[in-house]
Design a protein around this ligand. Structure first.
Ligand code: ZN
Length: 311
């Protein structure tokens, strides 16, 4: 049988980070300003290692190059996805990501970034920044240069269990109090539009105003189409949350036992609630693993909530 590839997460301290990655997920975090858990990543800024088994200690990027057969030989130059859990104690900067074409040209051959969010936890009456209210690129540029943030930025109400797709060119921001599982392209290119005039070590973080004005989609598409409520779905069923050019994402809630065939080039699984077993191996909330191509039957036991993804 092909091995289950469990990963050791990489943690990132951020000015807006908190301590819920320890409190709610049991991770050994580096400080109470931990904003991101890079749970499944082969990115040079945070390359996860394999936790156990014959590949123990190898990085995901090493395994991707030396054993492409584990990932269905997709012929890509890098592992295509990155899975994060984000703990926002405070608001994240208002930002936008470029698409592949813009990033390749302006960011050293980097990939662009399409991402999606599953809201693990959030306060009552929570809202996210998704989109903007400018009618033309000129109006967008004026509102940004004049700092008319309340007029420019569009906020949409969200709740636990909501799922949101963020295409490149979409102005967005995660707000304080939220915990989110993010599935995204393997890229770290972010253009910061506005950072609430915050200081880190006495200095503001770099903004990327001109790049942002270049890449923001104008006018912004309606936000209603990008948000869906997937908190209460039928159990023991694979529910597809999104299928786009870069990834497919599913939610699965198991009750007692559930089996399915792993038919994808590889399947990333994140346990976001409960505990149980996968093919006899103990798993619990906070575990992330990859099921290789040809894994066969995935036999799950226990009451769990899982977010899964593939290409
Ligand atoms: Zn983003």
């Amino acid at each position: 049988m092909k091995p289950i590839l469990f990963l050791n997460p990489v943690f990132k301290q951020m000015i807006w980070g908190g301590s819920r990655l320890a409190e709610q997920f049991g991770y050994d975090i580096p400080g109470d300003d931990t904003g991101e858990c890079w749970a499944v990543s082969a990115h040079p800024n945070g390359d996860c290692t394999i936790r156990e088994g014959i590949y123990e200690g190898k990085t995901l990027s090493e395994l991707w190059s030396s054993h492409p057969e584990l990932f269905g030989n997709p012929g890509l130059d890098r592992f295509p996805l990155l899975i994060k859990i984000i703990d926002a104690r405070d608001d994240l900067s208002i930002q936008v990501h470029p698409n592949d074409t813009y990033a390749r040209e302006h960011e050293n051959g980097s990939l662009g970034k399409t991402e999606c969010w599953y809201i693990l936890d959030c306060p009552e009456d929570a809202a996210l920044v998704v989109g903007h209210n400018a009618g033309t690129r000129q109006e967008l540029a004026e509102m940004i240069h004049e700092g008319k943030w309340t007029e420019l930025i569009r906020q949409i109400p969200v709740k636990r269990g909501d799922f949101i797709q963020i295409d490149p060119g979409t102005v967005h921001a995660i707000k304080g109090g939220m915990m989110i599982l993010e599935t995204q392209q393997n890229s770290d290119v972010t253009y910061r539009v506005y950072d609430y005039d915050r200081l880190t070590g006495g200095k503001p973080r770099q903004l990327h105003v001109e790049q942002s004005i270049d890449v923001i989609t104008v006018p912004a598409p309606s936000a209603d189409e990008s948000v869906s409520s997937v908190a209460e779905l039928s159990k023991n069923t694979l529910h597809e949350l999104i299928a786009c050019d870069y990834y497919k994402v599913w939610k699965l809630e198991t009750a007692e036992t559930f089996s399915f065939e792993q038919t994808h080039p590889f399947l990333i699984v994140s346990v976001i609630g409960g505990q149980g077993q996968v093919n006899g191996k103990e798993i619990r909330k906070g575990d992330h693993f990859i099921l290789p191509e040809g894994f066969g039957t995935v036999a799950l036991q226990g009451d769990m909530q899982l977010i899964m993804s593939s290409i």
